[in-house]
Design a protein around this ligand. Structure first.
Ligand SMILES: [Zn+2]
Length: 135
């Protein structure tokens, strides 16, 4: 028996920094990211795993509203308050904003949206891919 999958890709820009990183990621910098929301399920009566449009309306919209063109910072980063005071858009994460943690975050967003998500693949650059998946 084969298994069906449906994957939707989104692109967005963001800035971040990784406090404690022993290298250039410690300083503010930006990325043009590509994320893949990987879904898998039995086919519905139309023959679909999930309507691609539903992924756009849920996770795609969430990314546009919360992450695209934002600074994504660790909640404990002192810059969060500085940027908020300067009326700059900032998204504070409970974990450090690494590609791995951001992949896990999008997995939760996808789950909450009711998508049959099985993995999130987060391309921080064309060469660096972080993934999060559950059994
Ligand atoms: Zn980075």
């Amino acid at each position: 028996m084969g298994r069906y999958g449906a994957t939707k890709t989104f692109r967005f820009c963001y800035g971040h920094r990784i406090p404690g990183h022993d290298g250039p990621c410690c300083d503010l910098h930006g990325h043009n990211a590509r994320v893949e929301i990987v879904c898998s399920d039995d086919l519905d009566e139309l023959g679909m795993v999930v309507d691609f449009g539903k992924i756009t309306e849920t996770v795609g919209r969430w990314i546009d509203e919360h992450w695209d063109h934002q600074m994504i910072l660790w909640a404990r980063d002192p810059l969060v308050d500085v940027l908020k005071e300067a009326k700059q858009p900032v998204f504070a994460m409970e974990q450090r904003p690494t590609a791995e943690n951001m992949a896990a975050h999008l997995y939760r967003v996808s789950e909450r949206a009711g998508l049959p998500v099985v993995a999130v693949r987060f391309w921080e650059t064309d060469h660096n891919l972080a993934t999060y998946e559950e059994e």
